[in-house]
Design a protein around this ligand. Structure first.
Ligand code: HEM
Length: 448
């Protein structure tokens, strides 16, 4: 493939100053990633990028090349222990991208038979989650969250709703009792808020370790217990890492799918607040503003040529789902009526195994919100909204909205599942008290 010479970076793009590598971080990138993708396409199907200061990668922006890579697990491997720059000490241990990219023993970072074994445990266990339970749990959590801000007439739909809802629903389907669930919420929020992220990750892993111990002793009707019972016979260490992947890897994109879709509904007049259009708004979001914009880290197994580009074994290669989705080839496919051909869930053997429950949670969360607050609208000019920086996820920092105040939701006890997670238990093993008790407060509300 011919590479056009000297493409011109978008105005303000710091690519002017980084030896041609385009930085996928910072406020300029967050403000308008699509301008960056348009620019990156000038390099051809792949482009040289920087994910954080000093972290170099090749980004695949072309749809056909992305599919080829995602489906060729012989040439491209997921095991991050192959990452040459990391192995040769060129990645600072405290690099902001290390928590996402560094190896962990879970299905995301494994290949071949090991991947099949770990992934099968996930898909089989998630398949056991009854869709009515997902809807009911989402609706209960949604009612609870609305009850916390409904009488105010104003809300940050990101911080007070989209961010909290998946955490609570996950706590329910993973069977977290109060104390453990509080620390899971604290740990995940802390990791993504970037304040003391390492301490937050410690809290999360400790809580997940305790959840594993609890379910080994007392299995329940939940994903954690089903993972444990699976014929893959996961060790305790594998259980902890698989659970952490599901909790962290599920919550962040789910919060952003809810947030980005709400953003779309509130900023595009084409969507009236009617049930049928929520699905359409979700699809449009997955095409044009996907929650995971760049990920799928892969490493060539050997030196190779790919899409006209020379790659070395152990190079970090990522796929831009957002760029592939909006490139000319896929835009044509979309116009031809192929509404689900986008790559927002990735593709190939590592594609998201939970897109159905994720979509169901999103639909229910938005439907219930719009039913309860039918006149909800953006409370600030759209141009003042701020998107979080970083190369991987695409999400807002806040989504301020206003609406006609509503009375608190009725007490849900009649609808509460009989097997709802146990009421608050002491923070036995660690002796550490949960810093926040939002999950406990929800359980109290649910069963009071
Ligand atoms: C119920 C919520 C979710 C759960 C439990 C979940 C879980 C997972 C897991 C376990 C993987 C790794 C699969 C493997 O390596 O074999 C994965 C991959 C992925 N998920 Fe999800 N996910 C959820 C929601 C979402 C959402 C809302 C999106 C965005 C639309 C998303 C997009 C992706 C993508 C793009 C990948 C591939 C990542 C990569 O290869 O680096 N997921 N998901």
């Amino acid at each position: 493939m011919d590479q056009p010479t000297a493409p011109v970076p978008p105005p303000g793009c710091p690519a002017h100053h980084t030896g041609g590598r385009v930085p996928l971080y910072g406020p300029e990138f967050a403000a308008d990633p699509q301008a960056y993708y348009t620019y990156l396409r000038h390099f051809g199907p792949t482009a040289p990028v920087e994910l954080a200061p000093g972290v170099e990668a090749t980004l695949v922006t072309d749809y056909a090349a992305a599919l080829q890579l995602l489906q060729d697990s012989g040439s491209f491997r997921k095991d991050a222990r192959r990452w040459r720059d990391f192995n040769e000490g060129r990645i600072a241990p405290d690099s902001p991208v290390a928590p996402v990219l560094a190896y962990r023993p879970n299905c995301m970072f494994s290949d071949g038979a090991e991947h099949l074994r770990l992934r099968q445990a996930v898909t089989d266990s998630m398949a056991r989650v009854d869709s009515r339970r997902v809807s009911q749990s989402t609706e209960q959590v949604s009612d609870y969250l609305i009850s916390q801000f409904g009488s105010r007439g104003s809300v940050d739909l990101l911080g007070d709703y989209a961010k909290q809802l998946p955490l609570f629903v996950f706590n329910e389907i993973f069977g977290c009792p109060a104390d453990i669930g509080d620390r899971v919420v604290y740990g995940i929020n802390g990791m993504f808020d970037g304040v003391n992220a390492e301490q937050a990750m410690g809290v999360l892993f400790e809580a997940v370790g305790q959840l594993v111990a609890l379910k080994r002793a007392r299995p329940g009707d939940d994903v954690t217990s089903w993972l444990m019972e699976h014929p893959a016979r996961l060790t305790d260490e594998e259980m902890v890492h698989q659970l952490a992947l599901l909790l962290v890897g599920g919550n962040e994109p789910l919060r952003n799918l809810i947030g980005n879709t709400l953003h779309r509904l509130l900023t595009h007049d084409a969507y009236a607040h009617q049930g049928g259009l929520i699905d359409e708004a979700i699809d449009d979001t997955l095409w044009e503003n996907p929650p995971m914009q760049n990920l799928a880290p892969h490493y060539p197994a050997s030196d190779m040529e790919f899409a006209g580009q020379k790659l070395q074994a152990g190079d970090l290669v990522l796929v831009s789902f957002a760029a592939a989705n909006t490139g000319p080839a896929l835009t044509a496919a979309r116009q031809a009526g192929s509404n689900r051909a986008h790559l927002a869930w990735s593709a190939g053997p590592h594609a998201c195994p939970s897109k159905d429950p994720a979509r169901q949670i999103t639909v229910t969360a938005i439907e219930n919100l719009l039913n309860k607050l039918p006149d909800v609208e953006l409370a600030v000019p759209e141009a003042s909204l701020v998107w979080r920086p970083g190369p991987f996820n695409r999400g807002l920092t806040a989504l301020p909205a206003r609406f006609t105040p509503v009375a608190a939701a009725p007490r849900p006890a009649a609808r509460a599942r009989t097997e709802a997670p146990a009421r608050p238990e002491p923070a036995q093993q660690s002796g550490r008290r949960a810093e926040r008790g939002v999950w406990s407060q929800f359980l109290n509300w649910l069963t009071r």
